[in-house]
Design a protein around this ligand. Structure first.
Ligand SMILES: *Cc1c(COP(=O)(O)O)cnc(C)c1O
Length: 377
């Protein structure tokens, strides 16, 4: 093994932190000196700036991305007088939290297969899954690539469904000139450390263009309270704290530069990796912010082993689609129900991608993969 590359991780948070250490420490010191640690000035500023960034009218900071999804659902369901047995349509090919949030609010996840191009909900298959009980659709902009929002919004309008965007992996992604999270009724974001905009702990965010939704969300994450010690509804304690907000303000400032770097890394992979693999496509009018760069190949597990031997990390997002997860066994789905999601789960492999990935590191990764493909394509 080549010593100089003895370990290339999926993401190098330390490299990013080293670059931003001074401004982050200065911002944290400001919070320490302010004496205000929850619901203060930094959080308020972050709510304004992230909403602006996403091109949404309102933003609400919450404790994590999963809570963001839960509140979005609670509101959507309440607003539509949802009771037990309400159904929410979503993709089986996503991080567990998307389906988990649906179950957590007492609704039933209904999965619809994905299309091979976007890895997101196939709009052609949504209508057959709609019943009288369907109240909302959660689209997931997986890996940083937008779902087919135009078609999905049309279906939602026709059937009076709310659309919640799980944009946890896709902050900044544009779709026909709009940013994801501002297209549906509610946008949900995660600022988990490894996300494209990451805190140094847990944090999440909700965006909306609807004033009443915004007001309800602000109360919900703060014990259903608008005015201290006056509670108009049962809420939760799920706030984004001042230290995380301060860190995120620094990182937000660099977000466009970092997203640009990700796109450059992706471009180099696409231009140089063997054409024997399936690489991510970017259709016209679309964009990809590459939270993950994923390739598809039959000998995925063999390649992953070879990469590991050569000091390169790789990962599978996600090996088991949600309908085959043990936690969702009660929904009675079977293997074969969503063949496209299942097939892709067996072939997908994510490669290291992060703003500070060096040319040398990337050359090494590409050469290991292309050598493998020469004898295994
Ligand atoms: C990360 C992620 C979440 C959950 O966010 P947390 O902040 O970890 O709770 C939900 N959905 C998707 C698609 C994600 O990638």
């Amino acid at each position: 093994m080549d010593k100089e590359h003895d370990s290339i991780p999926m993401v190098d948070l330390q490299a990013e932190l080293n670059l931003l250490r001074t401004p982050i420490l200065e911002m944290i010191t400001e919070v320490l000196d302010s004496g205000s640690y929850i619901m203060g000035e930094k959080g308020e500023k972050l709510e304004k700036l992230v909403a602006q960034y996403v091109n949404a009218s309102y933003g609400v900071g919450v404790a994590n991305g999963t809570d963001a999804l839960q509140y979005a659902l609670q509101l959507s369901l309440r607003a539509l007088n949802i009771g037990d047995g309400d159904e929410v349509i979503t993709t089986p090919f996503t991080f567990f939290a998307t389906g988990e949030a649906i179950a957590q609010v007492g609704a039933k996840p209904v999965f619809v297969d994905i299309d091979e191009e976007t890895y997101n909900l196939d709009p052609n298959k949504i209508e057959e899954a709609i019943t009288e009980k369907t109240k909302a659709i959660i689209v997931v902009h997986l890996y940083g690539k937008a779902a087919r929002m135009e078609e999905i919004m049309d279906i939602a309008k026709l059937n009076n469904l709310r659309v919640i965007e799980d944009a946890c992996q896709a902050i900044g992604t544009e779709y026909n000139g709009e940013r994801v999270g501002s297209i549906g009724d509610i946008g949900c974001f995660s600022f988990f450390p490894s996300k494209n905009l990451g805190a140094l702990g847990d944090a999440g965010f909700i965006t909306t263009n609807q004033k009443d939704t915004y007001q309800k969300l602000s109360m919900l994450r703060n014990h259903g309270s608008e005015e201290k010690y006056h509670h108009s509804s049962i809420g939760m304690n799920s706030r984004l704290d001042e230290i995380q907000a301060a860190i995120l303000l620094v990182k937000l400032y660099y977000l466009d530069i970092f997203l640009h770097k990700r796109k450059e890394v992706a471009k180099k992979y696409t231009e140089n990796l063997s054409d024997l693999l399936k690489k991510p496509s970017i259709p016209a009018g679309r964009e990809h912010t590459f939270h993950q760069y994923c390739i598809e190949l039959d000998k995925r597990d063999d390649l992953s082993e070879v990469l590991k031997k050569n000091g390169v990390a790789s990962a599978i997002y996600y090996p088991v689609p949600l309908h085959l997860q043990k936690a969702f066994a009660y929904l009675n789905y079977r293997k074969g129900d969503f063949p496209i999601a299942e097939n892709i789960a067996g072939k997908i492999l994510a490669l290291p991608i992060f703003p500070m990935l060096s040319y040398q590191q990337q050359d090494h990764i590409i050469s290991v993969i292309n050598t493998f493909m020469l004898s295994n394509g």
